[in-house]
Design a protein around this ligand. Sequence first.
Ligand SMILES: NC(=O)c1ccc[n+]([C@@H]2O[C@H](COP(=O)([O-])OP(=O)(O)OC[C@H]3O[C@@H](n4cnc5c(N)ncnc54)[C@H](OP(=O)(O)O)[C@@H]3O)[C@@H](O)[C@H]2O)c1
Length: 239
Amino acid sequence: MTNLKDKVVLITGANKGIGYGIAQSCLEAGMKVAISSRSLAKAKEAATQLENTTGGEVLPLELEVTEYRSQEMAVAETLARFGKLDVLVANAGIGHFTPIDQMEISDWKAVIDTNVNGVFYSMRACADALKASKGYIFTISSLAGTNFFAKGTAYNASKFAVTGFTQAAMLDFRPYDVKVSTIMPGSVTSHFNGHEPSDKDAWKIQPEDIGELIVDLLQINPRTLPSKVEVRPSRPPGS
Ligand SMILES: NC(=O)c1ccc[n+]([C@@H]2O[C@H](COP(=O)([O-])OP(=O)(O)OC[C@H]3O[C@@H](n4cnc5c(N)ncnc54)[C@H](OP(=O)(O)O)[C@@H]3O)[C@@H](O)[C@H]2O)c1
């Protein structure tokens, strides 16, 4: 995709955080963007903000990634509004960080359901549209999808799964000229796990940096596929 003008991207979980930054960069590159939240009101609020700051066209969607029907409806709405889908960014995700002996069953299930089943449902629901457009799929895994840490059982399990799942999917989509990459960020300033962004986050990757990375990857020569991309802050505290 050398020219991104009017290409259509659907980003799950994009009313804030990394998804919002990706939406911003895609709009600045001339793309049309569908963003989602579990709350339509929040998606609409973010869409208005994005349209005002970039002058681009944004479709706000209500989407619960753990429900396949909801994912199908989001894709149908995107196709109805824009007529095609070129790019999926399966970004929505959550974390619960607790020692294994204190991990609530409901928290474990929520992390796996959102981060693993949700990503599969997003990709499955978009498959036909992306095969038709010879599109591009990104999943947002994490460095936690290759490095494990204490209190990380649920999150590590989910992100190791996303990393492996995405690479297997890359092989399935390759014969259709659909590209698949997983982005594995380290610390990014966002609202993740109840965090409130502040000046203290200046050393972290910023959401729009992930957006710029995605825009760059979309424009790379089509014969080349960076299938697994690790990104980390250049100078974390103490380095
Ligand atoms: N921040 C980091 O340091 C970091 C590092 C590596 C990877 N990541 C990954 O980046 C992705 C985005 O996280 P973030 O840091 O931007 O966090 P965030 O600011 O909390 O944003 C999370 C987004 O996901 C949506 N979401 C959560 N559960 C959902 C569900 N069940 N259905 C639909 N949407 C849902 C939220 O929307 P609503 O709550 O409005 O529905 C929100 O838009 C996640 O996959 C996360 O694991 C983050």
